[in-house]
Design a protein around this ligand. Structure first.
Ligand SMILES: [Zn+2]
Length: 482
């Protein structure tokens, strides 16, 4: 537990995840990021008089996937509610959300706490709601604020945790895991820059050992997980300093300013009764049958931690490597496909982590853009293992495969990269090198062991780097030491 000057923080997170359905939550408009402003709207999401909402079944299914993925309970009956507030980007004057009867309750996220141990944070609830539009403020304080209603009515789930996290680092670990789960079950891109994932944090402090929760404040406007961590650190210190100076923490909402690295008060925090929630009269209760819940549960993929544990036992990988390889579902799938064409699990793991991930990063590419298929990589690694090519050559071949998408055989042939392991062709070269440097041979035999590398280098030079180094070492030793 992190201790700050005799106080301990208590943190809860509210995460909004935009569901990647094709259409919006209550109308047929496309749900798409980056389209021209106000081109994806209709009478329903513009709240024109008489327009009525129709619920998107896919959004419900996506919410159910998330609830099942975290071990929560899908309620057989849930109710949509109006959350009333005014905002320029909310044409209806209310948001359709869920209040006292959400679609999901309970469950937990298991995450890495930052100090190497795994922790568990329970979830209070997961509910469905629609998003508001976006206000586009002028960058330099001049001109008008404009409104884009394309986002109005896109489906969200809000995932509310219990206040069980004890440090900003834990909050970071929780968010990282939450995003990974959302991506694994393919309901949300997890892209914070595009606003597909947004996080508000509640935080309070209390003297170490105290059971009673302090007054909490809410932090908004963080646009990265690291930003959440920094905002929490700032706010925890602010609250503690305030209490130590004899002041009292007041319940309010603060906006994090990433540039200034400070959280500034925005408004006193609304209570839920300020929103005048009431059941949405334009929608019937959402009733979900057991068969649907069961089929959603069965459709879930293997979850990241389970998969990482399986990688450790099935492929005999280190825990760290298994975690890297299962970081995304696509990478884990890639690895397992390579393993259907190759039989050295650790070699494949190393190659993917060092060579493949580095090239992807250098070229700012995602795995799905990669021209090297798992089958091709399996083939290449088999050639290294059998000694047909050296590890060094393989890197050259791999870079060419990555750039061109050509098969390893084709590139090896094009570049003439064949490793010579055959002793009968190496022996004459080695004998030639030994004969050419009698002085060095004498020095080596006289105890200058370092000179061995010199002979290896000469042989490699003679063979344009194509000699198998292991074979060269062996043959040289036989001749120089023998
Ligand atoms: Zn619409």
């Amino acid at each position: 537990m992190a201790v700050y000057k005799g106080f301990e923080p208590v943190i809860g997170l509210e995460v909004h995840a935009q569901l990647f359905t094709e259409s919006k939550m209550f109308c047929g408009c496309k749900s798409e990021y980056g389209a021209e402003a106000n081109t994806l709207t209709c009478p329903v999401c513009l709240a024109l008089p008489g327009a009525l909402p129709v619920l998107n079944k896919k959004a419900v299914e996506f919410a159910m996937r998330m609830i099942a993925a975290v071990g929560g309970k899908v309620h057989r009956r849930s109710v949509f509610a109006r959350k009333n507030y005014f905002y320029p980007d909310l044409p209806k004057g209310y948001q359709i959300s869920q209040f006292d009867k959400p679609i999901g309750e309970g469950g937990a996220i298991e995450y890495h706490s930052g100090n190497g141990s795994r922790k568990r944070c329970r979830l209070t609830r997961i509910h469905l709601e629609e998003d508001a539009g976006k206000s586009l403020h002028p960058e330099h304080g001049e001109g008008f604020t404009r409104v884009d209603l394309n986002r109005c009515g896109t489906p969200l789930i809000e995932i509310v945790s219990e206040p069980e996290m004890e440090s900003p680092e834990e909050a970071y670990g929780y968010l990282t895991k939450l995003k990974q789960i959302l991506q694994y079950i393919e309901v949300c891109s997890g892209d914070m820059e595009k606003g597909h994932l947004r996080c508000d944090a509640n935080v309070s402090v209390r003297p170490v050992g105290s059971e009673k929760l302090g007054t909490r404040t809410e932090l908004k406007n963080m646009n990265s997980f690291k930003g959440v961590e920094r905002a929490l650190k700032f706010e925890i210190v602010r609250q503690i300093d305030l209490i130590k100076a004899g002041g009292k923490v007041e319940q309010m909402t603060l906006l994090w300013d990433e540039k200034k690295q400070v959280a500034e008060p925005m408004r006193s925090k609304e209570e839920s009764h300020d929103y005048r929630y009431f059941p949405e009269p334009d929608l019937v209760n959402l009733v979900i049958g057991d068969a649907w819940i069961e089929s959603v549960r069965l459709s879930l993929p293997e979850m990241p931690d389970v998969r990482a544990d399986r990688f450790v036992s099935q492929y005999d990988l280190r825990t760290y490597d298994a975690a890297v390889l299962t970081d995304s579902r696509a990478l884990a799938d890639y690895y397992e496909q390579v393993m259907t064409h190759f039989d050295d699990a650790r070699a494949a793991s190393n190659w993917i982590q060092t060579e493949l991930l580095a090239l992807l990063k250098d070229n700012k590419q995602e795995l799905h853009d990669c021209l090297v298929s798992p089958e091709m990589l399996g083939e290449l690694l088999s050639k290294v293992k059998s000694g047909d090519i050296s590890g060094k050559m393989a890197k050259t071949v791999f870079e060419a495969m990555f750039a061109t998408g050509k098969a390893p055989d084709v590139i090896i042939k094009e570049k003439g990269l064949v490793q010579v392991s055959d002793e009968s062709s190496l022996i004459p070269i080695i004998e030639k090198v030994i004969a050419a440097y009698p002085d060095n041979v004498a020095k080596y035999r006289g105890g200058k062991a370092k000179l061995f590398g010199f002979f290896v280098g000469q042989v490699m030079k003679e063979t344009d780097g194509q000699a198998n180094p292991q074979t060269v070492n062996k043959l040289l030793k036989e001749r120089l030491d023998g």
